[in-house]
Write a protein that binds this ligand. Structure first.
Ligand SMILES: Cc1cc2nc3c(=O)[nH]c(=O)nc-3n(C[C@H](O)[C@H](O)[C@H](O)COP(=O)(O)OP(=O)(O)OC[C@H]3O[C@@H](n4cnc5c(N)ncnc54)[C@H](O)[C@@H]3O)c2cc1C
Length: 475
């Protein structure tokens, strides 16, 4: 007899595992199927985010940041450490340990919530049946009242620079390098390319980033992009804009990259080349032809604002559907889908999803950029406060960057907050809350912020919107 569950989730990345746990919290019977295998052949829950994305990249960013600071900043603090040395094997062991702890933690969370974690391949059939092929064992059919597809995404491979996973590598390979490449090329100056480029540059690689677009960080506010470009340049990241890669070939002496920029044909020779030009939704063998699931022209599963597919009772969430490919976006969609399945009212505010680049300085924003507000035709005002005027930032020796707030001229509503500077990824949460609650600049102005804290820069930027900044001259 086939097993029956109220909810079957396919995929245990941050979208799927959170959706599964939330559904179980509603008292529903839940199974979550996942086939992720790490490079050692072992299965692990957590998807890209925990195994090959957010978490391992942040572990290495932290290690490389500490190494960089020990080399370049400790002296200023009056700390003498002698020659600073690096042990990549130990750094990678720490990274792998963090990943193992967190992915293992999901199995524990499933157990505590009563979610049945199933290791193997899931495929949606007609009428909400799911074919489950265990890693070791025979296929079985699972009946589900509701199905959540959360199959995630994978790196885009370029035909002109195919991955050999040795010299031409993807983001996952780049997180598991066992030596610092002397010369590192990165194709793509997006979030992933910049974060990975930063890690290896801080550890000593000569890093060249090739970006086809002319605008640096086109999705960010222009003021932020300008400061970020300056800071990355200071750190030695050579970012070439308008550089269109034509071909990359790996050989004994390294990787030869041929590209074109405004001055014509160029060649770059590197030891390793990371191709980080974006990610594509994973939907191969996820559903049968007659299951009724539709894909859009870019391969994403078609869903409405509530993540419902065209098939009754089947939802799709996370990187395999439209919207930014971010873990927290997928997780919130998982919560929404589970709540809707349980009969609750739930919705997602796609307008305030925070974006963060964990570079140094960090970059974070939520809401609209100044260019977007201008284009909307709404009258607006802006305020900025530089970290150079923040006591806490000075004490941290991290004074590059600023907080910028954009508010509407008519009703003072906060429309966008943009931060480049220390702990921007943490500071942005206050801004997300403000936008979620449709707060006004005055709400932030009248909120007490601890002193001395980096968050005071958010407070001062809100004051600056009305020329009332107290610790920096107004416009
Ligand atoms: C280097 C890097 C750094 C990143 N850093 C950040 C960051 O700092 N912050 C952030 O928000 N985002 C970050 N991301 C993006 C983030 O990892 C993704 O947005 C997130 O993992 C998407 O979650 P998901 O659950 O939709 O998919 P995934 O995490 O990709 O998980 C999908 C899971 O489904 C499984 N699966 C797929 N098909 C099947 C099937 N048919 N049967 C069984 N199992 C299946 C896969 O094996 C996988 O385990 C980063 C990504 C990368 C690559």
């Amino acid at each position: 007899m086939s097993k029956t569950f109220d909810v079957v989730v396919i995929g245990a990345g941050p979208a799927g595992y959170i959706g599964a746990i939330r559904a179980a919290q509603h008292g529903l019977s839940v199974a979550c199927i996942d086939e992720w295998q790490n490079k050692d052949g072992k299965n692990a829950f957590g998807g890209t985010c925990l195994n090959a994305g957010c978490i391992p990249s942040k572990a290495l960013l932290e290690s490389s940041e500490l190494y960089h600071r020990a080399e370049h900043e400790f002296k200023k603090h009056g700390i003498k450490v002698g020659g600073v040395d690096m042990d990549i094997a130990a750094m990678q062991k720490r990274r792998a340990g963090i990943v193992r702890q967190l992915t293992g933690g999901i199995a524990g969370l499933f157990k505590a919530a009563g979610v049945e974690g199933l290791i193997g391949h899931g495929r949606l059939l007609k009428d909400r049946k799911v074919e489950f092929t265990p890693r070791d064992g025979d296929k079985e059919i699972i009946e589900a009242k509701h199905v959540i597809l959360a199959s995630g995404s994978a790196p885009i491979e370029l035909k002109i620079a195919p991955f050999d996973h040795e010299q031409i590598i993807d983001s996952w390979d780049a997180l598991e390098l066992d030596a610092v490449p002397q010369r590192l090329g990165v194709v793509g100056a997006g979030v992933i390319g910049l974060e990975l480029g930063s890690v290896w540059a801080r550890l000593g690689s000569e890093v060249t980033v090739l970006e086809a677009m002319e605008d640096f960080l086109f999705m960010a506010d222009r003021d932020v992009a300008r400061v970020a470009a300056k800071e990355f340049k200071k750190q030695g990241l050579d970012i070439k804009l308008g550089a269109k890669v034509g071909k990359a070939s790996a050989g004994k002496k390294g990787v030869k990259v041929e590209y074109e920029d405004k001055d014509g044909a160029q060649t770059l020779e590197v030891d390793k080349l990371i191709v980080a030009v974006g990610r594509r939704p994973v939907t191969g063998d996820l559903f049968a032809d007659d299951a009724g699931i539709q894909l859009d022209e870019r391969g994403f599963i078609v869903v409405d604002d509530e993540c419902r597919t065209r098939v009754k009772g089947v939802f799709a969430i996370g990187d395999c559907v439209r919207g930014p490919m971010l873990a927290h976006k997928g997780s919130e969609e998982g919560v929404m889908a589970a709540d809707l399945i349980a009969g609750e009212i739930a919705e997602m505010n796609y307008d305030v999803i925070p974006s963060v680049l964990y570079t140094s300085p960090e970059i974070a924003w939520t809401g609209k950029t100044e260019a977007e507000v201008k284009e909307s035709g709404r009258a607006y005002k802006t305020g900025q406060f530089p970290f150079a005027a923040s006591g806490r930032a000075k004490a941290m020796e991290q004074t590059a960057g600023f907080v910028k707030i954009i508010s509407s001229e008519d009703d003072d509503e906060v429309l966008g907050v943009h931060i480049v500077g220390p702990m921007a990824g943490e500071l942005i949460s206050e801004a997300v809350l403000a936008l979620e609650f449709s707060a006004s600049t005055e709400d932030i102005q009248r909120t007490i912020h601890a002193h001395p804290s980096l968050a005071e820069a958010v407070h001062e930027a809100a004051l600056a919107v009305d020329n009332k900044a107290l610790n920096f001259p107004n416009k």
